[in-house]
Design a protein around this ligand. Structure first.
Ligand code: UDX
Length: 457
């Protein structure tokens, strides 16, 4: 055990996440996992959305100037933001690496880059520094990204409204409507970014995934065939860490008052509703969600992030007296301690946008999902959650209060709901097995540590 904690001693790792909550969290968790193996950890980050160093006194933090103006520093168009970072951080990173890596007391074993930060591959090549990639999304969605040129060649991309229900023959069980989409100022930008980051993943020394073999074996097998580099599915990251030992990775402060509200609710009764850190909805959609929740008669905990509703500061469009009329059945926060919420026995369902972290966190706690994907990888994640792992139901058709009420009832009270709940508990068990000694994630982590130690810079 003590030996295990020493393996990486005397070696430093440089980790650089994309400045989005859904990317910062898995990076900090990976840092903690590798720190527990003895490695020294430096987190390189942009000025925009920089993580809080005081939560991680055992790491070193270094800011790479991103040169973003006030209007550019925004997640409203995450593709544009990522493109700008890929351009603007290149020289500052190169300069910093050139001056500091060689002079470091401990040898730097490798650079672990977010897949989206493709500019780091040529920088590392130039400095002869091995680069590993952390792909913060799932492997199944990555396989779709890796197939973008083929999907375009076959006419599936760009997605056409008239073909939404057609199966994508090369990627079962996906239909055209499940393919990743992104609203960006420049419609071609998303396609180009994806193709570029896939190419630079292939050029890296290996890709780490926050997933586990049993969950995505088919995609991982295919990726191993297509990529000639090692692939390490070592997730779920947050479950490697001792319960309660992980520091907060949140950019926003979680409102913990919801935990005592949850304590007062019946077991498996609460619908937890959250759409992650970037997704935004219209006022009309917001009201349909609100009335659907109210009419379902189930208690609900709803994360309404400032900025979630287009054109509103917080939840001003909610009719006055809405919450009061529910007699304590609804609780709203700006940001929740999500991992804690999902592990609370009162939570019976998670209405999610299927960001990869949320999807995985739900799977880890055996909580069935109501899937409402918005963009990027989320549609693929939702399809797998509902049709492959069968741990959730997708909100079908258009977002309307009747549909919401029906879907919540299906999941919370019907026979279909019982089956889904059972599947979710079985999958949770598989997570636990994969993390135990001899389990798949445990073994891949062991291999990752050995491989890092044998990398030559
Ligand atoms: C983004 C993309 O949207 C997603 O598709 C991609 O897979 C990762 O990057 P985001 O939309 O924020 O992420 O979703 P998600 O991946 O689910 O990450 C959100 C994180 O914020 C989760 O770890 C979740 O636990 C946390 N969270 C969310 C909170 O801690 N509190 C909240 O109230 C809401």
């Amino acid at each position: 055990m003590e030996e295990e904690k020493q393996r990486g001693k005397g070696h430093r790792l440089l980790l650089m996440p994309s400045p989005l909550q859904g990317h910062i969290t898995p990076f900090l968790h990976l840092g903690d996992i590798l720190f527990s193996k003895g490695f020294s950890i430096t987190i390189l980050h942009t000025i925009f959305n920089s993580p809080n160093p005081s939560s991680y006194p055992h790491f070193t933090f270094h800011a790479i100037p991103d040169g973003l103006s006030e209007t550019e520093a925004s997640t409203l168009d995450a593709v544009l933001l990522t493109d700008l970072i890929n351009i603007r951080c290149k020289h500052p990173l190169k300069e910093w690496l050139a001056s500091s890596v060689l002079s470091h007391q401990e040898p730097v074993s490798c650079f672990i880059s977010d897949a989206a930060l493709h500019f780091t591959q040529p920088v590392c090549d130039e400095l002869k520094l091995p680069r590993l990639v952390l792909r913060t999304g799932g492997a199944s969605s990555f396989l779709v990204f890796a197939s973008f040129p083929l999907l375009r060649e076959k006419g599936y991309l760009p997605v056409q409204e008239s073909r939404l229900d057609e199966p994508v023959v090369d990627l079962p069980p996906l239909k055209v409507k499940d393919l990743p989409k992104f609203q960006s100022q420049d419609p071609e930008a998303f396609y180009k970014l994806v193709c570029r980051f896939v190419e630079e993943c292939k050029a890296s020394s290996g890709v780490i995934w926050n997933t586990f073999e049993e969950l995505e074996s088919s995609a991982l097998t295919k990726l191993r065939q297509d990529f000639s580099i090692p692939i390490y599915p070592i997730g779920p990251f947050h479950k490697h860490l001792l319960t309660g030992s992980a520091s907060s990775t949140s950019l926003l402060t979680p409102d913990k008052s919801c935990m005592s509200w949850l304590d007062q609710q019946d077991r498996n009764s609460v619908v937890y509703v959250s759409f992650g850190s970037i997704a935004a909805i219209s006022e009309a959609e917001f009201l349909e969600i609100a009335w659907g929740l109210a009419n379902s008669k189930q208690p609900f905990l709803w994360v309404i992030r400032p900025g979630l509703i287009h054109g509103s500061e917080w939840f001003e469009p909610l009719p006055s007296g809405f919450l009061e009329n529910l007699g304590g059945r609804g609780y709203i926060v700006k940001w929740a301690p999500q991992e804690q919420v999902l592990s609370h026995p009162a939570v019976g369902a998670f209405w999610t946008h299927n960001g990869w972290n949320s999807t995985l966190e739900s799977i880890c706690e055996g909580v069935p999902m109501i899937c409402m994907p918005c963009f990027a990888d989320q549609k693929v994640n939702a399809k797998y959650a509902s049709s492959v792992w069968r741990v959730g139901v997708q909100l079908q058709n258009k977002l309307d209060r009747g549909e919401v009420e029906k879907t919540i009832k299906t999941l919370m009270v019907g026979d279909e709901g019982n089956e889904i709940r059972e599947n979710a508990l079985n999958l949770k068990e598989k997570v636990n097995v994969s993390l135990k000694q001899g389990g798949s994630s445990y073994c891949f982590l062991d291999r990752l540590v050995s491989d890092i130690l044998s990398l030559k810079s």
